[in-house]
Design a protein around this ligand. Structure first.
Ligand code: SF4
Ligand code: MSK
Length: 669
């Protein structure tokens, strides 16, 4: 029986997406939503029960056949499948990081003249982590380019170092490092852990689920504290460390009267040059000569997160909105780099005047124009692409841009959070720890990850964030989850007044921050690791990441990168929930037990797959309250808070004199 096709409202809770899905129905065009409806997920593969690791299979371990031809058990097969997915996710993030290290090397050696060191302070900090001397023997500061070159080489060495372990591991709390060493999962080098994990999953190799999953954690840690952390650090060095900027989110940022260019994927290298080209007065004049009022740049997925965090380039949407952006008919060019790029874009672009341009030597798509990016001619290539987009503007037909967008304030790097809480003079996370200790902030949730076309687009994000804020839980976000929150209006300081509980609202009002902090792209989840590490070492919240009243989650996840992120967060001590389904190892009770009970006792973190939104919220709050109790903190009591801050001040100023005295001095004067 054919699966029922969802109505636009059943497919998404985003008003812009709904409007465009209606448009897709009218035009009889397929999207990832309709394809998800037409295509049932394989019930065996989705539980992790199908092995195709050799030509005696594929072996589907269901019903009577609970062992593969080679004798592999359900637990072995499910663990191996999970391990392979994590290795791919870790590779994607890490290869992204390696690419940035090469860009820094090219820039520092004069081979990429359009790039340089934008944040020398961050360079000096990262040099410290990578054991690169920043001063000469006389104690004089070495030239920045010289340090940058050595930082790039030291970063590249982390991928295939011969001995030792990843240098960034020392940025974790001491207790965490000790756990990694005791369990034997401290990653030695980024590439080595990926290769070893793949080796172990070859037919006839590692066959004990727990042992396979130990190496899976080690490989994922190589992503979180290796490849991803290097990607973030080097992006900050080259393009600047983010600080708050104003921007907007959702497809309504596209302009009827302008040339619309969308950057999509994950790498900031080309997109930063596209930003520069789109601001070039000569190209703006050229756009005007073609009848446009100017050039509007917008982003999708994590390229969007990179450019919104640093440049305030508006967000067009998240993963499930990439085809819908083209469906507006208003996009001249969509430039894609790496990861999360749907092949469905090419046939969709074919129906409009839109040119889809692939730019990475690693990504070609049939039907797209390939203009390969080359760091040595970066701005020239970017200008060429922008010029092509302008040339397409006169060919634009009927458009359908939904009038839907929300204001937002992104840019919360961990450096900025430190600064926001104490300025340059005494920037630290002390006020955050104190707010948690006092109970104004009940705990922290990192709500991250993808969208999934099989789920109600953005709905889990919206529900969970709303409930967290109501319960005085500070939310930090990256990836497509961050874009979901931006679109839903959670990322302005004013949102605290509408959505936050009384304690969290007081903090947001005092510091002037949104209740949901945009911390960047998928690789920037390592910024969250850094914040958690600092909170653990700051004092008052235990001495390890596993002690902190915090939960990580990816409610609408779909990518293998999300599995790697989840695994490195767990291996770093966090409780992580992956939502939306029973999960990719649900066919094995044993693997589920290892990821919860065994991992919790062994490394202090655990991974659970929870389908239901209410259940995710319930378990999150239970975990946060349990961690608070374990730390001996006061029970959460919102009735204590809400008596200070801007809103209360406004109320007090309106009171009659005597009542105002009472409110201010409590009757003491
Ligand atoms: Fe089947 Fe074993 Fe080959 Fe997997 S490795 S396909 S379980 S025979
Ligand atoms: S883009 S990995 S869909 S978050 Fe980073 Fe979004 Fe997930 Fe891609």
């Amino acid at each position: 029986m054919a699966k029922k096709e969802r109505t636009p409202e059943e497919a998404s809770c985003d008003a812009a997406a709904i409007a465009l899905l209606e448009c897709a129905c009218q035009l009889d065009m397929e999207t990832c939503f309709s394809r998800a409806d037409a295509l049932s997920a394989c019930p065996i593969g989705s539980q992790g029960l199908c092995c195709k690791n050799c030509a005696m299979g594929p072996c589907r371990l269901t019903g009577k056949t609970e062992r593969g031809v080679c004798g592999a058990t359900i637990a072995t097969v499910a663990a191996r499948n999970f391990a392979r997915a994590v290795s791919v996710g870790a590779s994607a993030h890490s290869d992204h990081g390696r690419g940035l290290a090469y860009t820094l090397l090219e820039a520092a050696t004069g081979h990429a003249p359009d790039y340089g060191v934008k944040d020398p302070v961050k360079l000096i900090e990262v040099a410290g982590y990578l054991d690169v001397p920043t001063a000469d023997e006389e104690g004089e500061r070495r030239p920045i380019d010289e340090i940058a070159k050595e930082v790039a080489l030291a970063a590249l060495a982390e991928f295939g170092k011969v001995e030792g372990e990843l240098l960034n591991l020392k940025r974790a709390p001491a207790k965490r490092q000790q756990t990694w060493h005791e369990v034997g999962i401290a990653p030695r080098s980024v590439d080595r852990e990926v290769v070893e994990l793949l080796h172990r999953t070859h037919v006839g190799n590692d066959q004990e689920a727990e042992h396979i999953l130990d190496q899976t954690m080690r490989c994922a840690l190589g992503d979180g504290w290796g490849g991803s952390m290097l990607a973030t650090d080097i992006s900050d060095i080259i393009f600047g460390t983010p600080a708050p900027v104003r921007s907007q989110a959702n497809l309504g940022v596209l302009r009827e009267d302008m040339v619309n260019i969308i950057v999509h994927g994950h790498a900031p290298t080309l997109s930063e040059m596209i930003v520069a080209a789109s601001l070039d007065p000569e190209l703006i004049e050229y756009a005007k000569s073609k009848g446009a009022a100017g050039i509007q740049l917008a982003g999708i997925c994590c390229t969007a997160n990179e450019t919104v965090m640093r440049q305030g380039v508006p967000l067009a949407g998240n993963f499930l909105q990439q085809e819908l952006a083209i469906l507006t008919g208003a996009v001249e060019t969509m430039i894609v780099d790496i990861q999360c790029i749907m092949q469905g874009l090419a046939p969709m672009a074919d129906k409009f005047h839109t040119e889809l341009i692939t730019t990475s030597p690693k990504v070609k798509i049939e039907g797209a124009t390939h203009i390969e990016f080359d760091e040595s001619r970066a701005l020239e290539i970017a200008r060429n692409i922008v010029r092509r987009a302008i040339d397409l503007f006169p060919k634009r037909g009927k458009t359908n841009i939904p009038d839907v967008k929300s204001p937002m304030v992104p840019g919360f790097s961990h450096e900025y959070i430190d600064y926001a809480l104490g300025g340059f003079y005494r920037g630290s996370l002390r006020p955050l720890n104190d707010a948690i200790i006092a109970g104004r902030i009940r705990g922290v949730v990192a709500n991250i990850g993808c969208n999934n076309a099989r789920l109600h687009h953005d709905a889990l994000f919206r529900h969970i964030v709303t409930e967290c804020l109501k319960n005085d839980i500070l939310v930090v976000e990256t990836g497509c989850g961050a874009i979901a929150s931006a679109k839903q209006g959670f990322m302005t300081p004013e949102a605290a007044m509408e959505y936050a509980g009384p304690g969290l609202r007081e903090i947001c009002e005092t510091v002037g921050i949104p209740p949901v902090l945009h911390m960047g792209s998928c690789v920037d989840n390592c910024r969250i690791l850094t914040v958690l590490s600092q909170m653990a070492t700051e004092g008052g919240l235990g001495e390890d990441i596993s002690d902190i009243p915090a939960v990580g989650m990816a409610p609408e996840w779909m990518s293998e990168k999300a599995l790697s992120i989840a695994t490195y967060c767990v291996a770093s001590g966090a409780y992580v929930i992956l939502g939306g389904s029973d999960g990719p190892v649900s066919g094995s009770e044993e693997v589920l037990r290892i990821m919860t009970e065994v991992w919790e006792s062994k490394i202090g973190g655990k991974l659970e797959f929870i389908k239901d939104a209410e259940e995710i919220v319930k378990r999150t709050i239970e975990h946060i309250d349990k961690k608070r109790a374990d730390l001996g903190l006061a029970e959460y009591d919102p009735s204590q808070w809400g008596q200070s801050g801007d809103r209360r001040m406004a109320e007090v100023l309106e009171l009659p004199f005597e009542e105002r005295l009472e409110a201010v001095y409590g009757g003491g004067k």
